[in-house]
Design a binder for this molecule. Structure first.
Ligand SMILES: Nc1ncnc2c1ncn2[C@@H]1O[C@H](COP(=O)(O)OP(=O)(O)O)[C@@H](O)[C@H]1O
Ligand SMILES: [Mg+2]
Length: 276
């Protein structure tokens, strides 16, 4: 992987991030030569507000949220239902518009992008994993993954082979010709993860991935997301109300009523209290 392709590094980053080994090490703050690497912000959120107007009623879904996510981080936003988690993902995804403040992703200021540029931004930078999987029911596992790669206009010749690689990565090789209805919830979520990765995004945006799953399957899914994201140096922003899975994050941001109430790195075993 070259950072040139990504096209968003500033001049001070050129060279520092050239080697993939150094990129992988960058989340730890040092490269292989033991040099300190300043973190590179990939998502920058400044004083973001989202106000929904329902007749005379105003809902402050996000009420002045600011944080940066750094390249390669796995960040979980924990919050109860209605705290603004999905709104946050929708704003970062350019699906909904910001009322106030600024979001910059990979050097793109989202508010400045036209509808066409937003589509391009989503296609190039992001992949989504949702609570309800959003698979195409009439396509098999392998066809669901292939469809995404076709939409990305990846070389037709290699699509089948590449799709199979992603399916293998999520442990579903023996189910690749099944339809989604023939799979368990956990297996469907694995397909959704394979499909998301097949886009080769910079950032995975994940909304309540365990919402439909029992605890054991949920933990396995989040473990898988973490393992693959670390191996492929993907940045993950995962939102959830499921406190049980927080240990798979590098960092946990707690959201309540549209405001951040805490932001902690888990390295060193910082405890996360069970009360949201
Ligand atoms: N399209 C919308 N129109 C009006 N209110 C909305 C809309 N989407 C979300 N909200 C409100 O914004 C708040 C945050 O919602 P949401 O981001 O979905 O929370 P979460 O994902 O944490 O459950 C809630 O009070 C919700 O009712
Ligand atoms: Mg939600």
């Amino acid at each position: 992987m070259t950072t040139k392709k990504k096209g968003y590094e500033t001049s001070i980053w050129k060279g520092i991030l050239r080697s993939p080994e150094k990129i992988l090490d960058s989340t730890k703050g040092f490269n292989q030569l033991g040099e300190k690497i300043p973190p590179k912000s990939i998502i920058s959120i400044s004083n973001v507000k989202k106000i929904y107007k329902l007749g005379d009623v105003k809902v402050n879904a996000l009420d002045g949220v600011s944080f940066d996510i750094f390249e390669g981080e796995i960040v979980f936003v924990l919050g109860p239902s209605g705290s603004g988690k999905t709104t946050l993902l929708n704003l970062i995804g350019g699906i909904d518009s910001i009322s106030e403040g600024e979001i910059i992703v990979c050097d793109d200021t989202l508010r400045a992008l036209s509808a066409k540029q937003l589509t391009k931004y989503r296609k190039k930078r992001l992949a989504f994993v949702f609570q309800f999987y959003s698979l195409i029911p009439t396509l098999t596992v392998v066809e669901n993954v292939e469809l995404t790669m076709e939409l990305m206009k990846f070389p037709q010749k290699t699509i089948r082979k590449e799709a199979k690689k992603f399916i293998e990565m999520v442990g579903l090789t023996d189910r690749q010709n099944n339809f989604p209805s023939q799979l368990s919830g956990g297996e469907r979520q694995r397909v959704a993860i394979a499909r998301a990765l097949a886009k080769d995004p910079d950032i995975l945006l994940v909304d309540e991935p365990t919402g439909q799953l029992d605890q054991d399957s949920g933990v396995k899914i989040v473990d898988l997301i973490r393992t693959i994201a670390k191996a492929q140096n993907k940045t993950v922003l995962l939102v959830t109300h499921d406190i049980e899975i927080h240990k798979f994050a590098d960092r946990v941001i707690k959201l309540r009523s549209g405001k951040i109430i805490s932001d902690q790195y888990l390295e060193g075993g910082v405890p996360v209290e069970s009360n949201l």
